[in-house]
Design a protein around this ligand. Structure first.
Ligand code: ADP
Ligand code: ASP
Ligand code: MG
Length: 412
C-alpha cells in the first residue's frame, strides 16, 4: 500500500465527462489499496474568466476580493469530483483550502504556503478509507481568516505541498501531456518525453518558461524530496502509460549535456543609449528598479569607444515594462541620449546539468543561431543553463534550431 497525491489540471477536469475519467484514475489507485488525496484545478478557462470579471468590475481592485473570486473555480471541481467518486462507489469528501487548513502568507494573488495540517485527512484514510478531494490553488491567511490564492498554475504547488505534509510516497501530476518534454511539444513536434529529469533542471526549465509545472511546486518538491511524476490524464485509466519522474540527479543514469530548451515571452527589453559612464551609474539605474520590486534579469553594458558614454540593455518582466520606463524617465543624475524598449522579444534557454562539465555548449548555439540569421540581443549564463534574448518572430525557428543542435529531436 502506498500513499499518493493525484493532481489534475484544468483541461483534465474541463467538463463532467473528463471529471468522470479523472474519477476512474482515482478509483484505479483506490482499488489497488492505496491511500489517495486528490488536488484539482478549476475547469480550463474558468480562472481566466474569473480574473477578467474582476478587471471588468474595477481595473484596480482589492487583492483580497480578487482571491475570493478566483478561488471559486476550484471549489466547483472539488465538489463535482467528490460527487462523481461517490457515484462510482468510492468514499470521498471535498475540502476547501481553509477547511484543511492550508495556511499561507498574506500576499494575496501570489501567497506562499506556510503550513498544512494533514492530520484529519490521514485519519480519514485509516478510519474511513476516504479519498480527500482538495481544491488546489487556494489557502487561508490565518491572522485575517481571508482566502488566498497561490499565483497562476498554483494547484501544482498545492499538490506537492500536500504530498509533503501527509508524507505521500509520490505526487502524480496529471496533465494534458504525458510528461515533461525536451521542449514544449506544442511548438516542437519532434520534442521527446524525458523518463527522468532532475529537480534542479526542472526548476530551471519551469523558471525559464516551461509552464508544465509552477516554479514554486518544483522548489517544494526539491526541498521536501517529494518524488513527483508528470503524466497524462487522457490515458486509458485501466492502462496508463509512463510519464516523467522528477528526482535527484544521482538517480539519473544517462545524462545529456543539454536536457531541455525553454522559452519565455514574458520579458521586455529596455535600452539606454549614450549613458554618461561614471562610477555609480549602474546603481543609480538599478536601485530604483529594485526598490519598486522590478526584477531585472539580463543586463548588458557596452563601453563605447570614446569611453565617456555607454549603452545599457536589460530586461524586465513584460508586466513591469511601462512602470520600469517611467522610473527610468524620472531618474535624476543619470544622463543618456535615448531610451528605447520593446516587448517583441523572447528569451530562449538551454538547460542541462551536463553543462557543468562541458565547455563551449553556449558557443555552439551562438554559431547555429547566427547561421539562421538570428540576431542575439542579450546573453546570460549560469552553471547549468544559458539564455539568449532574440526577436520574438524567430521563437520557433530558434527553439527548433537548438533542439536539433543538442541532439534532442526524437528519432522518427
Ligand atoms: P494543467 O492545466 O494540467 O496544469 P498546463 O497547461 O499548466 O496544464 O501545463 C501543461 C502544458 O505545458 C502542456 O500542454 C505543454 O504545452 C506545456 N509545456 C511547456 N513546456 C513543456 C515541456 N517542456 N514539457 C511538457 N509540457 C510543456
Ligand atoms: N486554476 C488556477 C490557474 O488557472 C490554478 C491552476 O490551474 O493550477 O492558474
Ligand atoms: Mg498548470
Amino acid at each position: 500500500m502506498a500513499r499518493l497525491v493525484m493532481k489534475f489540471g484544468g483541461t483534465s477536469v474541463a467538463n463532467i465527462e473528463r471529471i468522470r475519467n479523472v474519477a476512474r484514475h482515482v478509483k484505479r489507485e483506490v482499488d489497488a489499496g492505496h491511500e489517495v488525496a486528490v488536488v484539482v484545478s478549476a475547469m480550463s478557462g474558468k480562472t481566466n474568466e474569473l480574473v477578467a470579471w474582476c478587471r471588468e468590475a474595477a481595473p484596480l481592485h482589492d487583492a483580497r476580493e480578487y482571491d475570493a473570486v478566483v478561488a471559486s473555480g476550484e471549489l466547483v471541481t472539488a465538489g463535482l469530483l467528490a460527487i462523481t467518486l461517490q457515484e462510482m462507489g468510492v468514499q470521498a469528501r471535498s475540502w476547501q483550502g481553509w477547511q484543511i487548513p492550508i495556511l499561507t502568507s498574506d500576499a494575496h494573488g501570489s501567497a506562499r504556503i506556510e503550513s498544512i495540517d494533514g492530520s484529519d485527512i490521514v485519519r480519514r484514510f485509516t478510519e474511513r478509507s476516504e479519498v480527500a478531494v482538495i481544491a488546489g490553488f487556494q489557502g487561508m491567511h490565518k491572522p485575517t481568516g481571508r482566502v488566498t490564492t497561490l499565483g497562476r498554475g498554483g494547484s501544482d504547488t498545492s499538490a506537492v505541498a500536500v504530498a509533503a505534509a501527509i508524507k505521500a510516497d509520490r505526487c502524480d501530476i496529471y496533465t494534458d501531456v504525458d510528461g515533461v518534454y525536451t521542449t514544449d511539444p506544442r511548438v516542437v513536434p519532434k520534442a521527446r518525453r524525458l523518463d527522468r529529469v532532475s529537480f534542479e533542471e526542472m526548476l530551471e526549465m519551469a523558471s525559464l518558461g516551461a509552464k508544465v509545472l509552477q516554479v514554486r511546486s518544483v522548489e517544494v518538491a526539491m526541498v521536501h524530496k517529494v518524488p513527483t511524476y508528470v503524466r497524462s490524464s487522457f490515458d486509458d485509466p485501466a492502462d496508463p502509460r509512463p510519464g516523467t519522474l522528477i528526482c535527484d540527479e544521482e538517480d539519473i543514469v544517462e545524462q545529456q549535456v543539454v536536457t531541455g530548451i525553454a522559452f519565455s515571452k514574458d520579458e521586455a527589453q529596455i535600452t539606454l543609449r549614450g549613458v554618461a559612464d561614471r562610477p555609480g551609474v549602474a546603481a543609480a539605474i538599478f536601485m530604483p528598479l529594485a526598490e519598486a520590486n522590478i526584477n531585472v534579469d539580463m543586463i548588458i553594458q557596452v563601453v563605447s569607444d570614446d569611453r565617456a558614454t555607454t549603452d545599457l540593455t536589460f530586461t524586465v518582466p513584460v508586466a513591469e515594462f511601462e512602470k520600469a520606463k517611467k522610473i527610468i524617465e524620472g531618474l535624476r543624475g543619470v544622463t543618456y541620449t535615448e531610451l528605447a524598449g520593446t516587448t517583441d522579444v523572447v528569451k530562449i534557454s538551454a538547460i542541462g546539468v551536463g553543462m557543468r562539465s562541458h565547455a563551449g555548449v553556449a558557443a555552439k548555439a551562438f554559431k547555429a543561431l547566427a547561421e539562421k540569421g538570428i540576431n542575439i540581443r542579450a546573453i546570460t549564463t549560469s552553471e547549468i543553463k544559458f539564455s539568449v534574448l532574440i526577436d520574438s518572430d524567430f521563437t520557433e525557428l530558434a527553439v527548433r534550431t537548438l533542439h536539433t543542435l543538442y541532439g534532442l529531436d526524437h528519432a522518427a
